[in-house]
Write a protein that binds this ligand. Structure first.
Ligand SMILES: C[S@@+](CC[C@H](N)C(=O)[O-])C[C@H]1O[C@@H](n2cnc3c(N)ncnc32)[C@H](O)[C@@H]1O
Length: 344
Protein backbone atom coordinates (compact mmCIF):
# COMPACT_ATOMS: atom_id res chain seq x y z
CA UNK A 1 0.00 0.00 0.00
CA UNK A 2 1.01 3.54 -0.57
CA UNK A 3 -0.12 6.24 1.85
CA UNK A 4 1.80 9.06 0.27
CA UNK A 5 0.69 9.07 -3.37
CA UNK A 6 0.86 12.62 -4.69
CA UNK A 7 -0.51 14.23 -7.83
CA UNK A 8 1.92 13.91 -10.78
CA UNK A 9 2.54 17.30 -12.36
CA UNK A 10 2.90 15.55 -15.74
CA UNK A 11 -0.78 14.56 -15.62
CA UNK A 12 -2.10 18.10 -15.10
CA UNK A 13 -1.99 18.61 -18.86
CA UNK A 14 -4.69 15.93 -19.30
CA UNK A 15 -7.22 18.10 -17.47
CA UNK A 16 -8.75 21.51 -18.01
CA UNK A 17 -10.30 24.23 -15.86
CA UNK A 18 -13.94 23.36 -15.08
CA UNK A 19 -14.82 27.02 -15.67
CA UNK A 20 -13.54 28.09 -19.06
CA UNK A 21 -11.63 24.98 -20.17
CA UNK A 22 -8.25 26.70 -19.88
CA UNK A 23 -4.99 24.86 -19.22
CA UNK A 24 -3.93 24.32 -15.62
CA UNK A 25 -0.57 25.61 -14.45
CA UNK A 26 1.34 23.58 -11.84
CA UNK A 27 1.77 25.09 -8.40
CA UNK A 28 5.02 26.89 -7.68
CA UNK A 29 7.75 24.88 -6.07
CA UNK A 30 6.58 21.31 -6.48
CA UNK A 31 9.11 18.65 -5.61
CA UNK A 32 11.96 17.60 -7.91
CA UNK A 33 10.27 14.28 -8.64
CA UNK A 34 7.28 16.08 -10.16
CA UNK A 35 4.85 14.94 -7.48
CA UNK A 36 2.58 17.43 -5.73
CA UNK A 37 1.19 16.69 -2.28
CA UNK A 38 -0.26 20.09 -1.40
CA UNK A 39 -0.49 23.21 -3.51
CA UNK A 40 -2.69 25.25 -5.77
CA UNK A 41 -3.14 24.98 -9.54
CA UNK A 42 -4.27 27.98 -11.55
CA UNK A 43 -6.16 28.24 -14.83
CA UNK A 44 -3.89 29.98 -17.30
CA UNK A 45 -6.77 31.82 -18.97
CA UNK A 46 -9.35 32.72 -16.29
CA UNK A 47 -7.13 32.54 -13.21
CA UNK A 48 -9.49 30.20 -11.27
CA UNK A 49 -7.62 28.22 -8.65
CA UNK A 50 -7.97 24.58 -7.63
CA UNK A 51 -6.26 23.10 -4.59
CA UNK A 52 -4.28 19.89 -4.45
CA UNK A 53 -4.98 18.44 -1.04
CA UNK A 54 -3.12 15.42 0.20
CA UNK A 55 -2.18 14.51 -3.38
CA UNK A 56 -5.74 14.85 -4.76
CA UNK A 57 -6.50 17.57 -7.30
CA UNK A 58 -9.79 19.07 -6.11
CA UNK A 59 -11.69 20.48 -9.09
CA UNK A 60 -14.84 20.83 -6.97
CA UNK A 61 -13.03 22.78 -4.26
CA UNK A 62 -15.70 24.55 -2.17
CA UNK A 63 -18.52 23.93 -4.61
CA UNK A 64 -20.90 20.96 -4.70
CA UNK A 65 -22.59 19.18 -7.63
CA UNK A 66 -25.42 21.42 -8.81
CA UNK A 67 -27.88 18.58 -9.20
CA UNK A 68 -29.62 17.78 -5.91
CA UNK A 69 -29.65 14.00 -6.38
CA UNK A 70 -25.98 13.99 -7.31
CA UNK A 71 -25.07 16.01 -4.25
CA UNK A 72 -27.21 13.73 -2.12
CA UNK A 73 -25.22 10.76 -3.46
CA UNK A 74 -21.92 12.53 -2.80
CA UNK A 75 -22.93 13.12 0.81
CA UNK A 76 -24.05 9.53 1.31
CA UNK A 77 -20.85 8.16 -0.23
CA UNK A 78 -18.81 10.39 2.07
CA UNK A 79 -20.71 9.35 5.20
CA UNK A 80 -22.93 6.31 5.72
CA UNK A 81 -22.52 4.29 2.50
CA UNK A 82 -20.34 1.21 2.91
CA UNK A 83 -17.36 1.46 0.60
CA UNK A 84 -15.70 -1.90 0.45
CA UNK A 85 -15.42 -2.96 -3.19
CA UNK A 86 -11.79 -3.68 -3.88
CA UNK A 87 -10.37 -2.76 -0.48
CA UNK A 88 -8.18 -5.32 1.29
CA UNK A 89 -10.25 -7.88 3.20
CA UNK A 90 -13.32 -7.43 0.98
CA UNK A 91 -14.92 -10.70 -0.13
CA UNK A 92 -16.36 -10.44 -3.65
CA UNK A 93 -19.37 -12.59 -4.48
CA UNK A 94 -19.78 -14.34 -7.84
CA UNK A 95 -21.56 -11.35 -9.36
CA UNK A 96 -18.67 -9.02 -8.47
CA UNK A 97 -16.14 -11.46 -9.89
CA UNK A 98 -18.10 -11.95 -13.12
CA UNK A 99 -18.59 -8.19 -13.55
CA UNK A 100 -14.93 -7.44 -12.86
CA UNK A 101 -13.55 -9.94 -15.38
CA UNK A 102 -16.05 -9.16 -18.13
CA UNK A 103 -15.48 -5.42 -17.77
CA UNK A 104 -11.70 -5.75 -17.92
CA UNK A 105 -11.97 -8.06 -20.94
CA UNK A 106 -14.08 -5.46 -22.78
CA UNK A 107 -11.44 -2.80 -22.18
CA UNK A 108 -9.02 -4.83 -24.29
CA UNK A 109 -5.27 -4.42 -24.03
CA UNK A 110 -4.58 -1.24 -22.06
CA UNK A 111 -0.82 -1.73 -21.81
CA UNK A 112 1.00 1.57 -22.19
CA UNK A 113 -2.24 3.52 -22.69
CA UNK A 114 -3.55 6.71 -21.13
CA UNK A 115 -6.80 6.00 -19.31
CA UNK A 116 -9.58 7.95 -17.63
CA UNK A 117 -11.59 6.24 -14.90
CA UNK A 118 -14.87 7.93 -13.98
CA UNK A 119 -16.31 6.91 -10.62
CA UNK A 120 -13.19 5.16 -9.36
CA UNK A 121 -14.70 4.50 -5.91
CA UNK A 122 -12.42 2.77 -3.43
CA UNK A 123 -10.37 1.17 -6.20
CA UNK A 124 -11.72 -2.15 -7.47
CA UNK A 125 -10.75 -1.26 -11.03
CA UNK A 126 -8.14 1.45 -10.37
CA UNK A 127 -5.69 -0.88 -8.67
CA UNK A 128 -5.88 -3.38 -11.50
CA UNK A 129 -5.78 -0.85 -14.34
CA UNK A 130 -2.84 1.01 -12.80
CA UNK A 131 -0.68 -2.10 -13.22
CA UNK A 132 -0.81 -1.82 -17.01
CA UNK A 133 -1.48 1.72 -18.19
CA UNK A 134 1.26 4.26 -18.71
CA UNK A 135 -0.84 6.97 -17.06
CA UNK A 136 -4.33 7.32 -15.65
CA UNK A 137 -6.71 9.76 -14.01
CA UNK A 138 -8.89 8.22 -11.30
CA UNK A 139 -11.84 10.53 -10.71
CA UNK A 140 -14.66 10.58 -8.17
CA UNK A 141 -16.61 13.23 -6.26
CA UNK A 142 -16.30 11.46 -2.92
CA UNK A 143 -13.37 12.24 -0.66
CA UNK A 144 -13.89 8.98 1.18
CA UNK A 145 -13.66 6.99 -2.05
CA UNK A 146 -10.57 8.83 -3.25
CA UNK A 147 -8.75 8.55 0.08
CA UNK A 148 -9.50 4.86 0.40
CA UNK A 149 -8.52 4.25 -3.20
CA UNK A 150 -5.26 6.16 -2.86
CA UNK A 151 -4.34 4.58 0.45
CA UNK A 152 -4.65 1.11 -1.06
CA UNK A 153 -2.87 1.76 -4.35
CA UNK A 154 -0.28 -1.05 -4.53
CA UNK A 155 3.20 0.26 -3.75
CA UNK A 156 4.46 -1.48 -6.91
CA UNK A 157 2.75 1.25 -9.00
CA UNK A 158 5.38 3.83 -9.95
CA UNK A 159 4.82 7.35 -8.62
CA UNK A 160 3.59 9.52 -11.43
CA UNK A 161 1.32 6.94 -12.99
CA UNK A 162 -2.01 7.70 -11.26
CA UNK A 163 -3.54 11.13 -10.73
CA UNK A 164 -6.46 11.31 -8.29
CA UNK A 165 -9.05 13.96 -9.07
CA UNK A 166 -12.11 15.06 -7.13
CA UNK A 167 -14.68 16.36 -9.60
CA UNK A 168 -18.27 16.10 -10.72
CA UNK A 169 -18.46 14.41 -14.13
CA UNK A 170 -21.20 16.80 -15.22
CA UNK A 171 -18.71 19.69 -15.24
CA UNK A 172 -15.36 18.11 -16.14
CA UNK A 173 -13.34 19.37 -19.07
CA UNK A 174 -10.49 17.37 -20.56
CA UNK A 175 -7.54 18.07 -22.80
CA UNK A 176 -8.78 17.32 -26.33
CA UNK A 177 -7.58 14.00 -27.81
CA UNK A 178 -5.53 13.07 -24.74
CA UNK A 179 -6.90 9.68 -23.64
CA UNK A 180 -6.84 6.28 -25.35
CA UNK A 181 -9.50 4.75 -23.14
CA UNK A 182 -12.20 5.89 -20.70
CA UNK A 183 -14.12 3.66 -18.30
CA UNK A 184 -17.21 4.71 -16.39
CA UNK A 185 -18.92 2.69 -13.67
CA UNK A 186 -21.06 5.61 -12.47
CA UNK A 187 -23.34 6.02 -15.47
CA UNK A 188 -26.43 4.48 -13.85
CA UNK A 189 -26.10 6.88 -10.92
CA UNK A 190 -26.24 10.03 -13.07
CA UNK A 191 -29.74 11.36 -12.45
CA UNK A 192 -30.60 13.24 -15.65
CA UNK A 193 -30.05 12.77 -19.35
CA UNK A 194 -28.61 16.27 -19.48
CA UNK A 195 -25.89 15.30 -16.98
CA UNK A 196 -25.14 12.05 -18.78
CA UNK A 197 -24.84 13.83 -22.12
CA UNK A 198 -22.55 16.47 -20.61
CA UNK A 199 -20.33 13.68 -19.29
CA UNK A 200 -20.34 11.86 -22.64
CA UNK A 201 -19.50 15.02 -24.50
CA UNK A 202 -16.51 15.73 -22.22
CA UNK A 203 -15.26 12.17 -22.68
CA UNK A 204 -15.72 12.37 -26.45
CA UNK A 205 -13.65 15.55 -26.51
CA UNK A 206 -10.93 14.00 -24.35
CA UNK A 207 -10.57 10.76 -26.33
CA UNK A 208 -8.11 10.33 -29.15
CA UNK A 209 -9.63 9.43 -32.54
CA UNK A 210 -10.40 5.71 -32.37
CA UNK A 211 -10.43 5.88 -28.56
CA UNK A 212 -12.70 3.58 -26.55
CA UNK A 213 -15.36 4.66 -24.02
CA UNK A 214 -16.52 1.67 -21.99
CA UNK A 215 -19.80 2.44 -20.27
CA UNK A 216 -21.02 0.06 -17.57
CA UNK A 217 -24.67 0.46 -16.56
CA UNK A 218 -27.44 -1.43 -14.82
CA UNK A 219 -29.44 -3.40 -17.38
CA UNK A 220 -33.22 -3.38 -17.63
CA UNK A 221 -32.85 -7.12 -18.16
CA UNK A 222 -35.37 -9.77 -19.10
CA UNK A 223 -36.45 -10.47 -15.54
CA UNK A 224 -37.02 -6.79 -14.80
CA UNK A 225 -38.87 -6.33 -18.09
CA UNK A 226 -41.13 -9.34 -17.50
CA UNK A 227 -41.90 -8.22 -13.99
CA UNK A 228 -42.36 -4.64 -15.15
CA UNK A 229 -39.86 -3.27 -12.67
CA UNK A 230 -39.47 0.50 -12.83
CA UNK A 231 -36.56 1.67 -14.94
CA UNK A 232 -35.29 4.08 -12.30
CA UNK A 233 -35.55 4.65 -8.57
CA UNK A 234 -33.44 4.61 -5.43
CA UNK A 235 -31.48 1.60 -4.16
CA UNK A 236 -33.05 2.17 -0.74
CA UNK A 237 -35.63 4.63 0.54
CA UNK A 238 -34.03 8.07 0.37
CA UNK A 239 -30.86 6.45 -0.94
CA UNK A 240 -28.78 6.70 -4.09
CA UNK A 241 -30.51 7.17 -7.45
CA UNK A 242 -30.15 4.58 -10.22
CA UNK A 243 -31.41 4.15 -13.74
CA UNK A 244 -31.38 0.93 -15.76
CA UNK A 245 -30.76 0.94 -19.50
CA UNK A 246 -31.62 -1.16 -22.50
CA UNK A 247 -29.46 -1.20 -25.62
CA UNK A 248 -31.88 1.19 -27.23
CA UNK A 249 -32.00 3.78 -24.44
CA UNK A 250 -28.24 3.68 -23.94
CA UNK A 251 -27.55 3.99 -27.69
CA UNK A 252 -29.71 7.11 -27.74
CA UNK A 253 -27.22 8.74 -25.35
CA UNK A 254 -24.07 7.67 -27.21
CA UNK A 255 -24.84 9.02 -30.66
CA UNK A 256 -21.67 11.15 -30.73
CA UNK A 257 -19.64 7.95 -31.03
CA UNK A 258 -19.15 6.34 -34.40
CA UNK A 259 -19.61 2.76 -33.34
CA UNK A 260 -21.33 1.29 -30.29
CA UNK A 261 -21.48 -2.40 -29.43
CA UNK A 262 -23.33 -3.83 -26.47
CA UNK A 263 -22.66 -6.69 -24.14
CA UNK A 264 -25.06 -7.65 -21.37
CA UNK A 265 -22.92 -9.12 -18.57
CA UNK A 266 -23.32 -10.94 -15.25
CA UNK A 267 -25.97 -13.25 -16.64
CA UNK A 268 -28.33 -14.53 -13.95
CA UNK A 269 -30.27 -17.46 -15.40
CA UNK A 270 -33.18 -18.48 -13.15
CA UNK A 271 -32.21 -22.16 -12.93
CA UNK A 272 -28.56 -21.38 -12.30
CA UNK A 273 -29.43 -19.01 -9.46
CA UNK A 274 -30.74 -22.01 -7.54
CA UNK A 275 -27.41 -23.84 -7.69
CA UNK A 276 -25.41 -23.65 -4.48
CA UNK A 277 -21.97 -23.44 -6.08
CA UNK A 278 -20.41 -19.95 -6.23
CA UNK A 279 -17.96 -21.16 -8.87
CA UNK A 280 -20.69 -22.62 -11.10
CA UNK A 281 -22.76 -19.43 -10.91
CA UNK A 282 -19.74 -17.34 -11.76
CA UNK A 283 -18.82 -19.69 -14.60
CA UNK A 284 -22.33 -19.51 -16.07
CA UNK A 285 -22.55 -15.74 -15.57
CA UNK A 286 -19.44 -15.36 -17.72
CA UNK A 287 -19.89 -18.26 -20.15
CA UNK A 288 -23.31 -17.00 -21.31
CA UNK A 289 -22.20 -13.42 -21.92
CA UNK A 290 -21.88 -13.97 -25.67
CA UNK A 291 -25.06 -16.07 -26.05
CA UNK A 292 -27.90 -14.04 -27.58
CA UNK A 293 -31.13 -14.59 -25.72
CA UNK A 294 -29.52 -15.99 -22.59
CA UNK A 295 -27.58 -12.80 -22.12
CA UNK A 296 -30.87 -10.91 -21.92
CA UNK A 297 -30.61 -12.00 -18.28
CA UNK A 298 -27.40 -10.00 -17.84
CA UNK A 299 -27.88 -7.56 -14.99
CA UNK A 300 -25.13 -5.25 -16.27
CA UNK A 301 -25.09 -3.68 -19.72
CA UNK A 302 -21.67 -2.77 -21.11
CA UNK A 303 -21.37 -0.46 -24.11
CA UNK A 304 -18.13 -0.14 -26.06
CA UNK A 305 -18.36 3.24 -27.77
CA UNK A 306 -15.62 4.22 -30.19
CA UNK A 307 -14.75 7.74 -31.23
CA UNK A 308 -14.55 8.09 -34.98
CA UNK A 309 -11.02 7.95 -36.43
CA UNK A 310 -11.88 10.24 -39.29
CA UNK A 311 -13.59 13.14 -37.55
CA UNK A 312 -15.64 14.01 -34.52
CA UNK A 313 -18.97 13.78 -36.34
CA UNK A 314 -21.65 11.33 -35.26
CA UNK A 315 -22.68 8.49 -37.57
CA UNK A 316 -25.64 6.23 -37.34
CA UNK A 317 -23.65 3.03 -36.64
CA UNK A 318 -24.58 3.20 -32.98
CA UNK A 319 -28.25 3.37 -33.87
CA UNK A 320 -27.88 0.38 -36.25
CA UNK A 321 -26.17 -1.62 -33.52
CA UNK A 322 -28.99 -0.74 -31.14
CA UNK A 323 -31.54 -1.90 -33.70
CA UNK A 324 -29.83 -5.31 -33.99
CA UNK A 325 -29.75 -5.54 -30.20
CA UNK A 326 -33.42 -4.62 -30.00
CA UNK A 327 -34.31 -7.33 -32.55
CA UNK A 328 -32.39 -9.93 -30.52
CA UNK A 329 -34.15 -8.79 -27.40
CA UNK A 330 -37.53 -9.14 -29.10
CA UNK A 331 -36.75 -12.72 -30.18
CA UNK A 332 -35.55 -13.55 -26.69
CA UNK A 333 -38.67 -12.02 -25.18
CA UNK A 334 -40.71 -14.50 -27.17
CA UNK A 335 -38.68 -17.57 -26.18
CA UNK A 336 -37.22 -17.12 -22.77
CA UNK A 337 -40.07 -16.14 -20.44
CA UNK A 338 -40.62 -19.84 -19.84
CA UNK A 339 -37.31 -19.97 -18.02
CA UNK A 340 -38.36 -17.15 -15.80
CA UNK A 341 -41.61 -18.73 -14.77
CA UNK A 342 -39.87 -21.73 -13.19
CA UNK A 343 -40.19 -21.59 -9.40
CA UNK A 344 -37.09 -20.21 -7.68
C1 LIG B 1 -21.22 2.52 -8.55
S1 LIG B 1 -19.84 3.30 -7.78
C2 LIG B 1 -18.51 2.46 -8.61
C3 LIG B 1 -17.24 2.45 -7.80
C4 LIG B 1 -16.14 1.55 -8.36
N1 LIG B 1 -15.71 1.92 -9.68
C5 LIG B 1 -16.58 0.09 -8.35
O1 LIG B 1 -16.91 -0.44 -9.43
O2 LIG B 1 -16.60 -0.51 -7.28
C6 LIG B 1 -19.91 4.91 -8.51
C7 LIG B 1 -18.87 5.90 -8.02
O3 LIG B 1 -19.03 7.10 -8.78
C8 LIG B 1 -19.02 8.23 -7.94
N2 LIG B 1 -19.90 9.22 -8.58
C9 LIG B 1 -21.25 9.16 -8.75
N3 LIG B 1 -21.70 10.24 -9.40
C10 LIG B 1 -20.62 11.02 -9.65
C11 LIG B 1 -20.43 12.27 -10.29
N4 LIG B 1 -21.47 12.97 -10.78
N5 LIG B 1 -19.17 12.76 -10.41
C12 LIG B 1 -18.12 12.08 -9.90
N6 LIG B 1 -18.22 10.90 -9.25
C13 LIG B 1 -19.47 10.37 -9.13
C14 LIG B 1 -19.49 7.74 -6.58
O4 LIG B 1 -18.94 8.51 -5.53
C15 LIG B 1 -18.98 6.29 -6.56
O5 LIG B 1 -17.73 6.17 -5.94
Amino acid sequence: MSESVGFPVSLLSLLRCTGDGGELAPPDGYGPNGIIHDGVTRCLSCGATFPIVDGVLDLLADSAPEDELSDHERQLRDTTMPMERGVPGWKPDWRDTAEFHTTLARLGDISGKTLLELGCGPGLYTHQLAQKVSAMIALDFSWKALRRNKANLPSSIPPGRVGYVRADVSTIKLCPRAFDVALTTLYSNLPTKEIRLACNSAVHEGLKPGGLYLVSTHHQDMRKRLRKYPVSGRYTEGGIYYINFTRKTLAQELTAFSQVTFCPAVVELPLVLRMPSFKFKEFMARATVGLPGFNEYGTILLAQATKSRASDVATDTGRRSAAVGAATATAATALLPLLDTLPM
